[in-house]
Design a protein around this ligand. Structure first.
Ligand code: OAD
Length: 290
């Protein structure tokens, strides 16, 4: 056990079980979660790596649009010239098509236990949201934006995502009734500012007593660098298929990695916490609501 084991301070973790003990014994009460596309692949949404490879439904879908390269779909310059590929993706990802999985409900449970400081997600599928997996808005930072709101690229008029739904679902590019400009969902494109809520990290990360990173390649900045923004004494847990970011090249002594499938890893953590029944109940209630 670590030096500070007895005094109510965190045990310096070596394993997933140690991390679980710190959460269970409420030594960690300000947990920050960072997530990416890998937590939604179990819900059926291909991540960015997979959707670059032939055979993924989304990729095949996008082939017809002749993208010069996969990232072009999130480039604002490309969007202004040709919004069609993005709206093909929007049709696929529009709220309602996919259901959250165990990883999303785990974050909600962490919140219900009063131990979530904030969840930072790069995902634009909205599966964490209050109306879906049940993470309240004030607990969630959607760092790369959301389909829940939209803005006219010409007159900047604001829209609710639901107002665009019929046009998006019919495969059309939504237009502003006032000025006929293209209405773009508030997804953050490369070359655009991140939402103001992202800057909560400035106060959250120094306060965190545990960081859980799951389902991200930690390749896209500035999000990726947040993993280095917790204090150096704070344990970081990676649950991911492969080693990424500082877990690969800048390992700290209290870093713990759980490699493999993210649902399996989170399940193992939940089992070690003794929260399995509660999580099952949340998921059962959630799927009934849906
Ligand atoms: P990536 O697709 O780059 O990385 C997903 C990570 O999750 C990879 O490390 C996969 O190995 C891992 N993974 C996938 N499925 C998994 C599973 N079932 N179990 C465990 N691990 C799994 O996705 P992000 O890191 O989210 O930008 O990508 C970041 C950003 O790049 C996105 O937000 C997007 C994109 O360009 C914008 O939307 C602006």
């Amino acid at each position: 056990r670590g030096l500070f084991g007895g005094g109510g301070e965190s045990v310096q973790p070596q394993t997933l079980q140690d991390v679980a003990e710190n959460i269970r014994e409420r030594r960690c009460k300000r947990v920050v979660v960072m997530a990416g596309a890998g937590i939604s692949t179990p819900s059926g949404i291909p991540d960015f790596r997979t959707c670059r490879s032939p055979g993924s439904g989304l990729y095949d879908n996008l082939q017809q649009y002749d993208l010069p390269y996969a990232e072009a779909i999130f480039e604002i310059g490309f969007f202004h010239r040709n919004p069609n590929p993005f709206f093909a993706l929007a049709k696929e990802l529009y709220p309602g098509n996919y259901q959250p999985n165990l990883t999303h409900y785990f974050v909600r449970l962490l919140h219900q236990k009063g131990q979530l400081l904030r969840m930072y997600t790069q995902n634009i599928d909205g599966l964490e949201r209050h109306q879906v997996a049940g993470v309240p808005p004030e607990m969630l930072v959607e760092a790369h934006g959301t389909f829940a709101t939209a803005t006219c690229t010409s007159c900047l008029r604001k829209y609710d995502g639901e107002e665009l739904r019929p046009e998006v679902m019919s495969g059309a590019v939504p237009r502003c009734p006032t000025c006929k400009g293209v209405v773009k969902p508030d997804i953050v494109f490369f070359g655009e500012e991140l939402p103001l809520s992202f800057f909560k990290y400035l106060t959250d990360f120094p306060l965190a007593d545990l960081l859980i990173v799951m389902g991200t390649s930690l390749e896209v900045e500035p999000f990726a660098s947040l993993a280095g923004a917790v204090r150096s004494s704070v344990p970081r847990l990676l649950i991911n298929r492969d080693l990424v970011g500082p877990f690969a090249w800048g390992r700290r002594p209290h870093d713990v990695t759980q490699l493999g499938d993210v649902v399996t890893g989170v399940k193992e953590l939940v089992d070690a916490l003794g929260w399995t029944q509660e999580l099952d109940a949340l998921m059962a209630a959630g799927s009934q609501e849906v």
